[in-house]
Design a protein around this ligand. Structure first.
Ligand code: GDP
Ligand code: MG
Length: 173
């Protein structure tokens, strides 16, 4: 099949600084992990072809490139996105406490659009957990979002997070 005629889904990754957004993206795209990845450096976006339930689609996955620390994401970052991955770090409660802010921001820029949300509790490989899985599930349910816990370091649930999001986007009218 000609890849140019595939439909493209724009997916955003947002959340507090250093929760592992860039690492999740690089794990998904290149299947690698850099423990020293700089929190201020990211990519603009990466594309990847995926097949979910027999549907092959192209994903354009946008990274904040570090500007989230200044809260200066622009409307164009959010424009025409079909899906959003909102990430916190299960080993740092303050990043979970900021989730409401990120979801509010997402709602502000995507009003009246069916954007599919996936909430990701990342860094489950850390043994210093500060946010329980139950809290994450409850929060996601309140926001009608999907929920998954992952580790970009060990690759746990990384592919799964993107695939479940794509599956839901395909099912959403
Ligand atoms: P971003 O600012 O949200 O893009 O976060 P980064 O991807 O830059 O990651 C911040 C730091 O956390 C880096 O040192 C990463 O190597 C580390 N990191 C990212 N994901 C994980 C993970 O799943 N487990 C562990 N232990 N460290 C991670
Ligand atoms: Mg980053």
């Amino acid at each position: 099949m000609d890849p140019d005629i595939l439909s493209t889904f724009k997916i955003l990754i947002i959340g507090e600084s250093a929760v592992g957004k860039t690492s999740l993206l690089l794990r998904f795209i290149n299947d690698n992990f850099d423990p020293n990845v700089s929190a201020t450096i990211g990519v603009d976006f990466k594309t990847k072809k995926v097949t979910v339930d027999g549907n092959t689609v192209k994903l354009a996955i946008w990274d904040t490139a570090g500007v989230e620390r200044f809260r200066t994401l622009t409307p164009s970052y959010y424009r025409n996105a079909q899906g959003a991955i909102v990430v916190y770090d299960v080993s740092r409660r303050e990043t979970f406490n900021k989730m409401q802010l990120w979801l509010d921001e997402l709602d502000t820029y995507t009003t009246k659009r069916n954007i599919v949300k996936m909430i990701v509790g990342n860094k489950i490989d850390q043994d210093t957990r500060e946010v329980t899985k139950e809290e994450g599930i409850k929060f996601a349910r309140r926001h009608a979002a999907l929920y998954i816990e992952s580790s970009a370091k060990t690759r746990d649930n990384v592919e799964c997070a993107f695939e479940e999001l794509v599956q839901k986007i395909i099912q959403t009218p």
